[in-house]
Design a protein around this ligand. Structure first.
Ligand SMILES: [Zn+2]
Length: 336
């Protein structure tokens, strides 16, 4: 064999092992995650409850929202998932003044936390807002898709990580399950969290934000196996590639990037809670099903949710989170 052929063979061999070892690490992760999948019945039960009459549209600062925050805190307490707050309760209280006269009362974010086994100081934030538009002239805005769907997804992902932890497969990095308030009146809950962070923002490796994942928009009526992703490539190419790879290995949804374009007039990148993380140079992915005829109407109700699809989308986010918290190095920011 001549020297050039030898070098070529060596190069190809190294390339082969480099590629195959990268692949096998993702496959290893998914041989584990194959044992953990979202429970459609639980998602449905929780969603029907949160989007029920009892919570009266969950308007920020009103009794319905307070009931919802209690419901979330009780859920985590029952599962044995701890609060990261010093006083041990699950609430990050936000004073009335912070809301710029958009509410007559203070409100609270709800925080639950699983500590990482190997890199406890590095943290992934999985978020969804639990407030909605309330009750106007006796009409309840149930907000089943917006954003009871994201709320129950965060609850279910937390439950799965807790089950894995009990099996001795706790996450290597820490995870904060963050239910933010005040989204509908101006992204106040996430703004408060990022200006009063419980964990240092420079140790926050990524934010996966979920706002409306239970419905199908007009464009996808004939091909409902989709989800819009927004922001994934803006700060970290690595996060984008990881998200694509995880989807290919697991749920194989059609990942639609229409709204990710800077030219898109909807500017959704700036319109939900992830933006307050992105502003602080934290890589984000925003999961979103697009708008529909019941968007911000009293008709956004639990009976219109596609629970099978909600389950698949929740799985995708769970597996993506799994990879982020268990991979060898933390998600890298782009250098440019
Ligand atoms: Zn929303």
């Amino acid at each position: 064999m001549d020297r050039n052929k030898y070098l070529l063979l060596l190069f190809v061999t190294v390339l082969f092992f480099a590629c195959s070892s990268q692949k096998s690490s993702i496959e290893e992760v998914f041989s584990v995650t194959a044992n953990y999948a979202s429970d459609e019945a639980l998602l449905k039960k929780n969603l029907i409850h949160i989007a029920s009459l009892e919570f009266n549209g969950r308007e920020t600062g009103k009794p319905g929202q307070k009931k919802a925050s209690q419901y979330l805190a009780n859920y985590y307490r029952d599962l044995g998932i701890l609060s990261p707050m010093e006083n041990g309760n699950y609430f990050q209280e936000i004073p009335k003044e912070f809301f710029n006269k958009n509410t007559e009362n203070g409100s609270e974010n709800v925080l639950a936390y699983i500590e990482g086994t190997d890199f406890p100081e590095e943290i992934l934030v999985i978020s969804a807002h639990y407030d909605h538009l309330g009750n106007k002239d006796g009409q309840i805005y149930f907000g089943a898709d917006d954003d009871a769907s994201g709320t129950v997804a965060v609850m279910e992902i937390a439950r799965l990580f807790q089950v894995a932890k009990k099996d001795g497969k706790g996450p290597k990095r820490s995870i904060l399950f963050l239910h933010v308030t005040g989204e509908e009146i101006g992204l106040f809950g996430s703004k408060y969290y990022t200006s009063h962070p419980i964990f240092p923002l420079n140790k926050t490796v990524a934010n996966l934000n979920i706002d409306m994942i239970g419905r199908i928009d007009k464009k996808h009526e004939k091909n409902p196996n989709y989800i819009y992703l927004i922001g994934s490539d803006k700060l970290s190419t690595e996060l984008h590639d990881l998200s694509e790879q995880v989807n290919q290995t697991t749920e194989k949804l059609d990942l639609d990037y229409t709204f990710n374009s800077e030219k898109d007039p909807n500017r959704f990148y700036y319109r939900s809670d992830h933006y307050n993380f992105a502003k602080n140079k934290i890589p984000v992915i925003f999961y979103f099903n697009g708008t529909h005829e019941d968007y911000h109407k009293p008709t956004d109700t639990a009976d219109k949710i596609n629970y099978e699809l909600l389950t698949k989308r929740t799985n995708l986010i769970f597996y993506t989170a799994w990879e982020i918290v268990n991979k060898e190095g933390r998600i890298a920011l782009n250098t440019n």
